[in-house]
Write a protein that binds this ligand. Structure first.
Ligand SMILES: [Zn+2]
Length: 173
C-alpha cells in the first residue's frame, strides 16, 4: 500500500463464507475497509472476526433480496470511503446447489452481482483486483460456469468501457 501511495482500499468479499482471515488482518488498519456479505449459517461459526461491515444472510436468501442489499450498499461504500482500489473476492459458492453455500442464488443472480460490482467500479473509475473463491457444486460444471462468468463479464465490461471512452474522446476531438 505504501509503495503505491494508497490510503483507502475496499475489500468486497462476496464469497458465501465470512472472510475471517481478511477481517483479522485489517482489523486495526483504518486504510482498509472490509465489507462482507455471507451466509449466516455457513462456516466460520465460532471463529468469525469483525469486518468493517458484516452482512450475514439467512438460508435461501435468493437473487432479489441479495441484489437489493448489494445495490443499496455499493454506492454508500464508495461515497463513504472513496476507495482507490477495490479487492473483489468473487466466490461463487452462493450458487444454488452448492455443496456448502446456503444462499440459493441463481447463475443469473451471480451474473447480476458481478455486473453490479463492475458497473459501480467502472462508473467511479476505481481499479479492481478480482480473486476467485469457493464453488463446490457436484458435478462441478455449475461452479466452473459461474467462475467463467466472473472473468468473462469483467473482460466484456472493461472492453465496452474502453470502447465508450475511445468514442467519447474521438467525439470530443
Ligand atoms: Zn467460500
Amino acid at each position: 500500500m505504501r509503495d503505491y501511495g494508497l490510503t483507502s482500499i475496499l475489500v468486497l468479499d462476496l464469497d458465501v463464507h465470512q472472510g475471517n482471515g481478511t477481517a483479522e488482518l485489517f482489523e486495526n488498519d483504518p486504510r482498509v475497509t472490509t465489507f462482507d456479505m455471507f451466509g449466516d449459517k455457513n462456516y466460520p461459526w465460532k471463529t468469525r472476526r469483525r469486518n468493517t461491515y458484516d452482512v450475514p444472510l439467512p438460508d435461501d436468501t435468493g437473487d432479489e433480496e441479495y441484489l437489493g442489499l448489494l445495490r443499496a450498499w455499493l454506492p454508500r461504500l464508495l461515497s463513504d470511503h472513496r476507495p482507490q482500489l477495490i479487492m473483489f473476492q468473487a466466490g461463487v459458492d452462493a450458487l444454488k446447489g452448492d455443496g456448502f453455500g446456503r444462499l440459493g442464488l441463481s447463475r443469473g443472480g451471480l451474473l447480476a452481482r458481478n455486473n453490479l460490482v463492475y458497473g459501480t467500479a467502472l462508473e467511479a473509475g476505481v481499479p479492481m483486483v478480482i480473486t476467485m473463491g469457493g464453488g463446490y457444486t457436484k458435478p462441478m460444471d455449475a461452479s466452473v460456469a459461474a467462475h467463467t462468468d466472473v472473468y468473462r463479464t469483467a473482460a466484456y465490461r472493461l472492453s465496452a468501457w474502453h470502447a465508450a471512452t475511445a468514442r467519447a474522446t474521438a467525439a470530443g476531438a
